[in-house]
Design a protein around this ligand. Structure first.
Ligand code: PEP
Ligand code: MN
Length: 441
């Protein structure tokens, strides 16, 4: 059997109950004929940059929506998210004095694992929403029916989003001086922003110095941004896996970076089996129950050559557990000689339900988990390689706390996420300045 199909005989968690497998087959055949969204050479470049992260020479900023939606694939939405990501990355680049590898949870993050396969409201039971790639968000039987035609729509929405990202980042929008001007605006106008005047002032002087010295490098005018999503629906990922004409090796060309979620990282499961065979840089989310043995077994399965940049562990323990649960993983993985990149997802271990019923996260818990992640790496002499966040470029009210002090009673005002609560623009920028301060101390 083709190595790219061995996953089919393994249990695949979190797959939709499609009404008719023949339809999925037909859609997959159509997807297999469509052009790649990303190119193998770009994936190789990212792998090289993640190798630098694993060596302690670069930092990752990965983020975007929990669940992208088809209706969110607009110029405004994408621009706002990119703008926020770029602003955060400038602050982090300056404070960390290392390159910041920018990866969007964008252009493909359309499928969600769910803890329950059904949702009950007022006695009515319907299939849970599994992302726009599977079914609709609206609570009607029609919307919630899984529709394989959505796999094709996801491909096209990803293509549109990626095209916007490429245009914005290469066409002058990402100009460093412009991004810095937006940051100065944030510092001047947000209550918490004042705390960051010093850092913003230092960046200002550094830029003025470069300008006075006549330096205007190409890197100031354009940036590289990579795409990523959870590789959840294996029919989709398999259909978009192609053999690279240069190397003869398979790449999943649906995104540059793909990760295996906390719910699908079973060693003998279909997701691990599929991801073993693609050459992209990949990640695995590790939650609070992960043992060092689990981590080592995942390395053996997914990175048998111990190739720096191939494997990233995305740690999502929760603020209360990270200081206790992370050290044994880092110690044993490091002792094994593997060179993985460690990045911190301070979102998924800190979700709770507010009294009003909204799923939310406390900004302070998010900050505390990142601080704990840094503490652990500092104590062990290893590299805190980056952060993985859920945020949006808009002023939503989904997480509590932050500079503008959103309280639980505010959540209803602009609660727009299709899945988990995201940091809004101000909270995301606040966090970037705080992580920058952690990096320097
Ligand atoms: C997510 O990233 O939205 C997600 C579901 O994360 P995890 O696999 O860590 O629970
Ligand atoms: Mn999420």
């Amino acid at each position: 059997m083709d190595l790219l199909d061995t996953w089919r005989s393994r249990p695949a968690a979190q797959q939709p109950e499609w009404p008719d497998p023949a339809q999925v087959h037909a859609v997959a055949a159509e997807l297999a004929k469509l052009p790649p969204l990303v190119f193998a050479g770009e994936c190789d470049l990212l792998r090289g940059q993640l190798a630098a992260v694993a060596r302690g020479e670069a930092f990752v900023l990965q983020g975007g929506d929990c669940a992208e939606t088809f209706s969110g694939a607009t110029a405004d939405d994408v621009r706002n998210k990119l703008k926020t990501l770029l602003q955060m990355s400038v602050v982090l680049t300056y404070a960390a004095s290392v390159p910041v590898v920018k990866i969007g949870r964008m252009a493909g993050q359309f499928a969600k694992p769910r803890s329950k396969s059904v949702e009950v409201r007022d006695g009515v039971e319907l299939p849970a929403y599994r992302g726009d790639m599977v079914n609709g968000f609206g609570f009607t039987a029609e919307e919630r029916a899984p529709d394989p035609g959505r796999l094709l729509r996801a491909y096209h929405a990803a293509a549109v989003t990626l095209n916007l990202c490429r245009a914005f980042t290469q066409g002058g929008y990402a100009d460093l001086r412009q991004v810095h001007a937006w940051n100065q605006d944030f510092v001047a106008n947000s209550p918490a922003g004042r705390r960051y005047e010093r850092l913003a002032g230092e960046i200002d002087r550094a830029l003025a110095f470069m300008n006075a010295a006549g330096a205007d490098p190409e890197e100031f005018h354009r940036v590289d941004i990579y795409s990523s999503h959870e590789a959840l629906l294996l029919d989709y990922e398999r259909a978009l896996t192609r053999i690279d004409s240069r190397s003869g090796l398979p790449y999943d060309v649906s995104a540059h970076f793909l990760w295996i979620g906390e719910r699908t990282r079973q060693l003998d499961g279909a997701h691990v089996e599929f991801m073993r065979h693609i050459r992209n840089p990949i990640g695995v989310k590790l939650g609070p129950t992960t043992t060092a043995e689990d981590a080592l077994a995942l390395i053996d399965a997914l990175d048998p050559q111990r190739e720096p940049g191939r494997l990233t562990f995305v740690i999502r323990m929760g603020a209360k557990l990270v200081r206790d649960n992370l050290p044994p993983l880092v110690e044993k993985v490091t002792a094994s000689g593997a060179q993985v990149a460690w990045i911190c997802d301070p979102m998924h271990g800190n979700t709770f339900e507010a009294e009003s019923g909204y799923k939310t996260r406390r900004f302070d818990d998010v900050v505390d988990e990142v601080a704990g992640f840094f503490d652990v790496h500092r104590a062990l002499g290893t590299h805190p390689g980056g952060v993985h966040l859920e945020f949006t470029g808009d002023d939503v009210t989904e997480c509590v706390g932050g500079g503008h002090e959103i309280v639980e009673d505010d959540l209803h005002q602009r609660y727009e996420t299709a899945c988990d609560p995201r940091l809004n623009r101000g909270q995301a920028l606040d966090l970037a300045f705080m992580v920058a301060e952690m990096y320097r101390t």
